[in-house]
Design a protein around this ligand. Sequence first.
Ligand code: ASP
Length: 499
Amino acid sequence: MSRKFSCNPKTIKDAINANLLPILTVSGVTGGVVLGVILRYSRDGPWSKREVMYVGYIGELFLRALKALIIPLIVSSLVSAIGSLDLSLSKKIGLRAVAYYMTTTVLAVVLGIILVVSIHPGKGSDEGITKAGEARSVYTPDLLMDLPRNLFPPNLIQACFETYKTVIVEPKIDENDTRIEEWKRKYNWTEGTLPPKSEWDIGSDHSRALNIMGLVSFATVLGLALSTLGAKGKPLLSFFQSLSDASMVITSWLIWISPIGILFLVASMMIEMEDFSVMLGQLGLYFGTVVLGIFIHGFLVLPALYTIFTRKLPFRFLANMTQAYITAFATASSSGTLPVTFQCLEEKNKIDPRVTRFVIPIGATINMDGTALYEAVAAIFIAQVRGMALTIGQVVAISITATAAAIGAAGIPQAGLVTMVMVLDVVGLPAEDMTLIIAVDWLLDRFRTMINVLGDSIGAGLVYELSKKELEQMNINANGDVERPSNEIAMDTVESSKM
Ligand code: ASP
């Protein structure tokens, strides 16, 4: 039956009520842009860092509140989701999710490569590109080996605030050092200069960032263990289920403050941002290539996959996620957006929490299509600027490392820029060349975070549709009684919290 459009004030009021949050959020973004532009052009000189901090203060508070939910949400939701499924179903859901993550990441990289090779934004010179910032000193094998290291955190408490990282330190050399002769022979090294980086000493350090990979891996294993324990595991499972539901309730409260938080985050971004003149010329073309790729991937390729596998049109699903995209854009962090992503998926798209709470924490950690696409485009763009002709082998190497770099990037602002070093390294470009693209990275980061979140969400929707029958089967207990699906129960909790 087709619904007739009516201008009845009651219908309009109902429509506004039903979409109040997206309306408020979009107003928040618009208000932020207007406020930011007014403040920025209200004076001649630039704004100091302190002044920008004052403007963004409310936004910062909102972001801190969101971040506070990351640990309780990911740990409790993974443990409770995996713990309540039987092992074979966990395996199926897990495999489906990983197959989706890998396929879409590779598709994103390939799309990026096709675009950057055909548009050719790097014209063979860095004229007009201002180098900004500093390159970081890292070594590709160390970056790659740190990934599994962080999967096995030796101390879970430490994993809540620190991530392991290998550092290479300048070797201390004294006259009797036996390495001196060898370096002279091998590298023609002269005393008093620095030895090649491969000969530097290896040290360990920690960065002050949540080791989300370690927590995800531990929670997954704990969930699996609880599901094999059966009745004995019930008390702990119930604890995590309650924690997970309570975190979702807090999220639903927080979400109503998000329009205000977003308003101030966007306003401070408008004041702080670099002059748009950097977008003119080559860097603008590079920016356009990444954004075009990201949008084709997020709004054509992924929805098409969704439709092919679920035989459903994706528009409603995508529209229901608006709140999550906007939060991703405003915070530039897919981990920070995690609570909102959950909320949109479970409350608006009615995806079973056993799926969302299983696949979303993992997706937010390893599935970053936007980042993967950007890594590939950026590396090839820099090679083009440097006038380097890449062989097919090198392009393949870029694709593989871009995928690894996206998996390794944390869901925090500009994490992709750090792992970019290994993509450059694989084609022999120096890490310093990263500085060529830093000027526009702050904005690109926001777009790629949006697509990272969108990719995770479509993944959850797709895995849910593919696992629907098995989940329903699970709801039919041994006596043939139909249990209530846990999403209904979770929804009740969230609903009642609003009253
Ligand atoms: N900021 C991105 C995210 O949180 C990661 C990146 O590409 O830098 O998903």
